[in-house]
Each structure stands twice: as structure tokens, then as C-alpha cells.
Write a protein that binds this ligand. Structure first.
Ligand code: COA
Length: 333
């Protein structure tokens, strides 16, 4: 039993939306600049709830959609790079809120690749028979790390959460995951231990190298947009090709591709390189922006709720993010 069955999906998107015109009120930017270069029209922002609240709502909806009780969940994996606490893990907060008292819990941080990493881990636990029901929650509140004075990055990101409940199946599953740590300076958010008061500290910043900005002490996301763009197109193509090769799958056998929604141009370029027609590529970036690891499960939930998720489909998930990490998972439903 190497496959995974999607028992239910759920998502949460905050009510407040910031469209491109709202950004032109606070920055020197415009819809005419943003939309053609990114495909984004608006993003949702969690103005009055913490990250774990969003994850909890998505998790409850996934359980309801599956018709499975919280007590039957044996493992909760949360992917997030924007947690509310250093510890405990956000999975523990969500466990408490949904009442999944029989579950083991841990968090995963491979940034925007986090859902794919979580799916890959979940598949291993399900395949070995250790757990029967695994809940993945990808919950991201990027607004708390976004520098709203930086027009080149702030226009990209939003907040949301997506969740899936999984069990084992005898269908096909394959995956491919890689990272290029050498390129980490292309996208980072450094933790600012501003209140650290260890009396014996020396000059810790000297350990950082190259392009990394040690003066960047604001807990804000910093990115080299062009470097990420260039990396992402090839990384996505490589990940899909290798995940497909593991199961001797021809790319024409894919029914739908759900990519990480960072930039519509990146998605179009990568899928064009793979020869995947645009009608097989699901995007929601226009109304969601980039919600990091939540992009893929939110999109999956949209598909599910639109009645477009059927048994026997071959779905390809592909993503990339800070790390730089990248990966793909192919799931036969
Ligand atoms: N509105 C108006 N002008 C803007 C702007 C905005 N929102 N953002 C940048 N500009 C300007 C810059 O100031 C610069 O002007 P200058 O030439 O006068 O200095 C010019 O546009 C080019 O800026 P640059 O940052 O080089 O733009 P770009 O063509 O690389 O596009 C991104 C910027 C962010 C849209 C693009 O690089 C991108 O999408 N990269 C991938 C990022 C990503 O996916 N990150 C998340 C990964 S998970």
C-alpha cells in the first residue's frame, strides 16, 4: 500500500482582502504593474486572527468533509514558516482546538514547499502502517513577515490555510524532493532575537556570509526576486519530471497539475517547458496571491468543493520555496 487516499479537504481564507488598488494607496505601484508581472489581483490578510486559528478552521472543515471524528486522527503534520510561537509546534495548538486527543504532532518547515514535504512524510507513515488517518494542515500568515514598505515583495503575499485528511491506498504515489542550501540568501526571514540577554555573546553575525544582510533585523521577508524566479522555473520542471519518472509515468497521463502559486509567469513557463497544456494547470493566484505552503491545499480544496476531484485521477503537486527547496508529488486518487 504505497498510495494515499484523500478522505477530505478544507481551507480557510480571511475575510479582509487587499487588491492591487489598496497597494497603490500605500506604495508607488499599480494594478498595471502588478497584474501582468505576477497574475495577482488580490490577497486575503488575517487582520484579527493568529495563524493557528486559520489552521484550526481548515482542519475542522477537512474532518467534516471526510466525515471522520477528531479522535480518529493519529498524526497531525502542520507545515508553516510563519508560526505564532517558536514552540510549542502549531500542530499541538491545532490538536487542542480540534480535540484530536489521540494524535502525535509535529511541524514541518520547508517554507513554500512545506505541503509537499508533509505529503511525502505522511505517505511514509501510512505506507508502513504506523498510522491510519493523517491530517496535514498548511497554515501561513505571511502578512506578519511582509515588509509593506517594499513594493517588490509585499504585493506577492497573503494569508490562508489548507488541510487534507489522508489514509493509505493501493494506488500510485511518487515524489521527488531536493534543496539548494547554497542559495538560501535568495529568500529568507531572519529571526530577530532582539531581547536575547546572554552576557557571554560575541559577534555572532560574522558567521553569516556572502549576500546575506546581517543588518536585516526586522523579522521581515527579504528576497532577490530575479534569483528566485530563475531558480523556480527549472526547479519545478526538474521536480515534475523526476517524480513522474519514479513511476514510469508519461506526463500526458497527468489529469491535473496543482503548482505552488508564487507567480503566474513562473507557472506558465515551467508547465510550457514540460509540455503540459494550460487547461490541466490549476491556478488561484489571481484571488489568493502567494500563501506559501497553503497554496496547494487551498487550491485542492477549491477543486474538491467545485466537484472536480474524482477517484482515479492523477494529480501532480509541485512547489518551491525558501531554502531553496523544491519538490513534486504525484498522487493517483
Ligand atoms: N510596482 C512598481 N514597480 C515595481 C514594483 C511594484 N510592485 N516592484 C518592483 N518594481 C520596480 C523596481 O523598483 C525596479 O525599478 P527600477 O528598474 O527603476 O529600479 C523594476 O520594477 C524592476 O524590479 P525587479 O525587482 O527587478 O522586478 P522583477 O521584474 O524581477 O519582478 C517580481 C519582481 C517580484 C514580480 C519577480 O522578480 C518575481 O515574481 N520573482 C519571484 C518571487 C517569488 O516567487 N517569491 C516567492 C517564492 S516562494
Amino acid at each position: 500500500m504505497n498510495g494515499i487516499k484523500i478522505l477530505g479537504t478544507g481551507s480557510y481564507t480571511p475575510e479582509f482582502t487587499a487588491d492591487n488598488d489598496k497597494f497603490s494607496e500605500i506604495l508607488d505601484t499599480s494594478d498595471e504593474w502588478i497584474f501582468p508581472r505576477t497574475g495577482i489581483k488580490q490577497r486575503h490578510i488575517a487582520t484579527d486572527v493568529p495563524n493557528y486559528y486559520m489552521g484550526t478552521q481548515a482542519a475542522l472543515k477537512a474532518l467534516e468533509n471526510a466525515g471522520v471524528s477528531p479522535e480518529a486522527v493519529e498524526l497531525i503534520i502542520v507545515s508553516t514558516c510563519t508560526p505564532d510561537f517558536f514552540y510549542p509546534a502549531m500542530s499541538c495548538l491545532i490538536q487542542k482546538k480540534i480535540g484530536a486527543k489521540n494524535a502525535a504532532c509535529f511541524d514541518v518547515n520547508s517554507a513554500c514547499t512545506g505541503f509537499i514535504t508533509s505529503l511525502d512524510i505522511a505517505q511514509k507513515y501510512l505506507a508502513c502502517g504506523k498510522y491510519k488517518n493523517v491530517l496535514i494542515v498548511s497554515s501561513e500568515k505571511l502578512s506578519q513577515q511582509t515588509d509593506y514598505t517594499d513594493r517588490a515583495s509585499s504585493i506577492l503575499f497573503g494569508d490562508a490555510a489548507g488541510a487534507v485528511l489522508l489514509t493509505a491506498s493501493d494506488k500510485r504515489f511518487s515524489s521527488y524532493m531536493r534543496a539548494e542550501g547554497d542559495e538560501f540568501e535568495a529568500l529568507y526571514c531572519k529571526i530577530n532575537y532582539d531581547n536575547a540577554n546572554c552576557p557571554w555573546y560575541g559577534d555572532i553575525d560574522k558567521f553569516y556570509e556572502n549576500r546575506f544582510d546581517t543588518d536585516q533585523k526586522r523579522n521581515f521577508l527579504v528576497q532577490d526576486g530575479k534569483a528566485v524566479y530563475k531558480f523556480a522555473v527549472n526547479a519545478m520542471a526538474e521536480a515534475v519530471r523526476n517524480a513522474a519518472a519514479e513511476e514510469n509515468l508519461d506526463l500526458s497521463e497527468l489529469d491535473i497539475v496543482i503548482p505552488h502559486q508564487a507567480n503566474l509567469r513562473i507557472i506558465e513557463k515551467a508547465t510550457e517547458m514540460l509540455g503540459i497544456p494550460s487547461e490541466k494547470v490549476y491556478t488561484n493566484i489571481e484571488h489568493m496571491g502567494n500563501v506559501s505552503s497553503a497554496c496547494i491545499p487551498v487550491a485542492l480544496d477549491e477543486l474538491n468543493r467545485a466537484g472536480k476531484l474524482h477517484e482515479g485521477m492523477t494529480i501532480c503537486f509541485v512547489g518551491f520555496g525558501a531554502g531553496l527547496t523544491y519538490g513534486s508529488a504525484i498522487v493517483e486518487t
